[in-house]
Design a binder for this molecule. Structure first.
Ligand SMILES: NC(=O)c1ccc[n+]([C@@H]2O[C@H](COP(=O)([O-])OP(=O)(O)OC[C@H]3O[C@@H](n4cnc5c(N)ncnc54)[C@H](OP(=O)(O)O)[C@@H]3O)[C@@H](O)[C@H]2O)c1
Length: 291
């Protein structure tokens, strides 16, 4: 594969770490981003120890804070003038209700809004890239979700699986939207389902998470196995030209049910997302969003 500058979010754990590790052999410029500075440095140190040729820069970004995301984007713009790949892998599953800095339910705030805002802020750098790609690490959980178009859709959302699946639905339909919007810039945008894997995401002390940890997690694939779906999209020449798809391993397309292809659903998500990431220009306390 030709040399590329690749930004990987969520690079300190699980699938993001395994993906970055596979790419950290000196044949790419890697930019690793995550929220924990010490873990980021340890991750970069581990990769350099495994392969001294690895070229890695690290940046701290907390996707639960729009200010942190904007700061990361500013830092990147100061240091580099183009990006070839944005691999949006950071994500979490909160089994209790908490909020991001801006007041959005955390799972939706991080998995969807944070990643979407970051993507928007990096489009100009991607537009200068070579065969630029955005890959959103999504999940088939999206297929079980629904979206209620209401002003507080991202704020008062129940946590747990409902928020997780909703966040992945929002991410998936935003992938389709961006694929259309960015095609004129030559940027491809795809979503992947990496497969269920034993990673750090299975955290929590709710009964559901405890049950999952005792019965399911030990039988899941490794993060390395799960990294293959994304690596395939990055490394396969033909896949680099495809946009607007949802893929699992080896580029196998995942069909979307007709209800998710409804244009009005995608438009509603686009409108609510744009309102949300305009914060603080339009705060969650906007009159329309008050009870
Ligand atoms: N594992 C599965 O079965 C599975 C299945 C389908 C889809 N996925 C998706 O795969 C992606 C990676 O998850 P994983 O399973 O590899 O989980 P993981 O091991 O927990 O890794 C998640 C990564 O995201 C980072 N992250 C979490 N919150 C963040 C925030 N606020 N700001 C910046 N970075 C943040 C984590 O940083 P810390 O190390 O600081 O926590 C970590 O590096 C997620 O988008 C997930 O939805 C996973």
């Amino acid at each position: 594969m030709k040399r590329r500058r690749i930004v990987v979010t969520g690079a300190t754990s699980g699938i993001g770490r395994a993906t970055a590790r596979a790419l950290a052999d000196g044949s790419h410029d890697l930019i690793l981003a995550s929220r924990n500075a010490a873990l980021l440095e340890k991750t970069a140190g581990d990769f350099r120890a495994a392969d001294p040729k690895a070229e890695i820069r690290t940046f701290v970004v907390d996707l639960a804070s729009f200010a942190s995301i904007r700061n990361f984007s500013l830092q990147l713009h100061e240091e580099i003038d183009q990006i070839d790949v944005l691999f949006n892998c950071a994500g979490l599953f909160m089994d209790r209700r908490t909020s991001t800095v801006e007041g959005f339910e955390t799972t939706i705030g991080v998995n969807h809004l944070g990643s979407f805002l970051l993507t928007r802020l990096l489009v100009d750098l991607l537009a200068k890239g070579d065969e630029p790609q955005i890959v959103n690490v999504c999940s088939k959980a999206a297929l079980f979700a629904s979206f209620r178009d209401r002003p507080d859709a991202f704020m008062r959302h129940p946590a747990g699986f409902r928020a997780y699946s909703a966040s992945k639905l929002l991410q998936l339909l935003s992938t389709l939207r961006l694929s259309e919007e960015l095609s004129g810039l030559g940027i491809t945008v795809n979503a992947i389902h990496p497969g269920d894997a034993a990673t750090g995401i299975w955290k929590g002390d709710s009964p559901m998470m405890r049950l999952a940890n005792s019965l399911i997690v030990g039988r899941l694939a490794s993060a390395e196995e799960a990294s293959k779906a994304g690596l395939y999209i990055l490394e396969n020449e033909a896949m680099r030209k495809v946009s607007g798809g949802f893929f699992e391993r080896e580029g196998i397309g995942i069909p979307l049910p007709a209800r998710l292809l409804d244009r009005s659903l995608r438009d509603a998500i686009a409108r609510r997302t744009d309102e949300a990431i305009a914060w603080p220009e339009q705060s969650p306390e906007d009159p329309e969003t008050s009870p």
